[in-house]
Ligand binder design. Sequence first.
Ligand code: ADP
Ligand code: MG
Length: 225
Amino acid sequence: MLEAKAIHKVYNNGTKQIHVLKGVDLNIEEGKFVVILGPSGAGKSTLLHILGGLDSPTKGRVIFQGLDIYGLADEAISEVRNTKIGFVFQFYHLLSEFTVLENALMPALINAKTGKTQNTKPEEKALELLKQVGLSARITHFPSQLSAGERQRVALVRGLINHPGLLLCDEPTGNLDSETGKEIISLIKKISQQNRMTVVLVTHNTELAKMADSVYHLRDGVLVN
Ligand code: ADP
Ligand code: MG
């Protein structure tokens, strides 16, 4: 369902060039839970952004559900990303002025605005997911009133609200203690299995590899087993 072919990424920092990805190949089957390990600075976030249509590769192709996504116009890439891919980040990126429920609904509201929604009852869906992650009593709270683990659970619900086929997670436990981190990972695993969702999770935490169907290492700009 997701394939990367000879992905290269070069960043230009003024006069200096950093060649972060040097030919990444990856082939992920539908419904799998894939973990990509690598130390800080290895290029994990860069790769995840490229896989999710957030940042284009310098060279190479990403085929998602049969679509060569960087062969599409920018608008079409955004549509794929907004309707078919969910993201969870290390620092949640919740909007502080909005409640838990509003934050969870944000991607659905964005799609409703552009007329691209398949989700006819996003609020019901949000409430159901918030219940599943144990946040039913928190829906009118603001992010500042939540613990780190609760914030990440809201971010997870937001990532799932459009029922994406693919969930991309960038160090989702990086800001959590190990117990809370484990809870988040179990929730991701449980919900993705129930919904036949594919998950790609990048992390420096080798512990998380235990949860995966397949594990890759990002080393010197390439993926190895
Ligand atoms: P990781 O997520 O594994 O820690 P990143 O993908 O964030 O690694 O970064 C890999 C390398 O690319 C680092 O050296 C980082 O400084 C550099 N880098 C990341 N993003 C940019 C950018 N937007 N511009 C320039 N260099 C960047
Ligand atoms: Mg990173």
